[in-house]
Design a protein around this ligand. Sequence first.
Ligand SMILES: NC(=O)c1ccc[n+]([C@@H]2O[C@H](COP(=O)([O-])OP(=O)(O)OC[C@H]3O[C@@H](n4cnc5c(N)ncnc54)[C@H](O)[C@@H]3O)[C@@H](O)[C@H]2O)c1
Length: 343
Amino acid sequence: MKYLITGGAGLLGSNLSKKLLQQGHKVTILDNFSTGCKENIAPLLECYPKWCLNVVGSVTDGYIVNQLVKSCDTVIHFASVVGVYNVTNNSVKAIESNVIGDQNVLTAASMYNKGIIIASTSEIFGRSTDEIAKETNDVHIGNPYNSRWSYAAVKAINEWLVMGYHKEQNLPVMIFRFFNVAGPNQSMKSGLVLPMMIKNALQGTPIEIFGNGRQVRCFMHVDDATNIMWSLLDGLQRHSDHAGEIFNIGNPHNEIAIADLAGLVIELIGSKSEIIFRKYEDAYPTGFQELNRRVPDMTKTMAACRLHDVYEGFEGELAQNIGAIISDMTTQIRSRVRIGVTE
Ligand SMILES: NC(=O)c1ccc[n+]([C@@H]2O[C@H](COP(=O)([O-])OP(=O)(O)OC[C@H]3O[C@@H](n4cnc5c(N)ncnc54)[C@H](O)[C@@H]3O)[C@@H](O)[C@H]2O)c1
């Protein structure tokens, strides 16, 4: 199979590219390196020179997207301005780029009738008070005066657009809704919690926490996410019943309060960093609204994955705990600092 992975130089894209190449597929990566980086894909280009191709460009360029979609079998659309912080503080650029990029990719996929997978986020549940998120839960996004919700709103409209293409044009689509996937190749440019904590802990500089730190999140190792994505992709080829479906991808077992996460990072790295609590207003526009708890219901995904062919038992499937995520990320950040990679 020939896959086009937009955003393939990022966390999820580079790890999935590696898995697909290992399985004998061809992969073309379209990325503008805004948060992803060349170092994430350099080993793939070196190992698979005939099977892995890198195109530097943007999904907002309709011509490039059209040509690349035309020559692949399946599109995996991960390119996006990522994270609440980036989108909240650069709303116009982020919203326009995400909307135009999504539209370009979907229009081309529809024109050439290609299977397409798009990335969505647990953020779309917005202010919902449901703590356990099933794929069918309602979304409760806040109002447009608060730019904090723009990331959720763009991702949600993208989900509806994808569903529209499936219902009206029978386009084979899947939506992967990610819940805090982390691990090697995660960017430090997006202001995401774990890379920032690890970087500060390694430098011995203070770890900043917004709010009281009791907000809880579940973290999934990117290796687990990759195995799940690969299995769902394989399923899309073999079982057309996966088409038109949304799948949560997260680890409900790895639940931790943000202040405890900072403590764990400090302990595992053996750092002297102190933890500082800050108001949301110090980094976000006034009126920032935080969510206390967000846990993925993985029942549907695990049933669809049939990962028991590969692993033993549910616990074993999501094998990597938070300590393993921190340790793997720390090893990579240390080695990249040593060879002078600056993100
Ligand atoms: N990691 C998670 O837990 C998580 C959670 C929710 C949603 N997601 C979604 O999954 C997708 C991948 O996220 P990730 O965690 O790998 O983030 P990432 O930042 O590591 O990857 C995104 C990639 O897209 C590229 N990119 C951004 N804008 C682009 C453009 N206009 N044209 C081409 N490339 C562009 C970046 O350079 C980067 O390589 C995103 O759509 C994101 O919204 C991820």
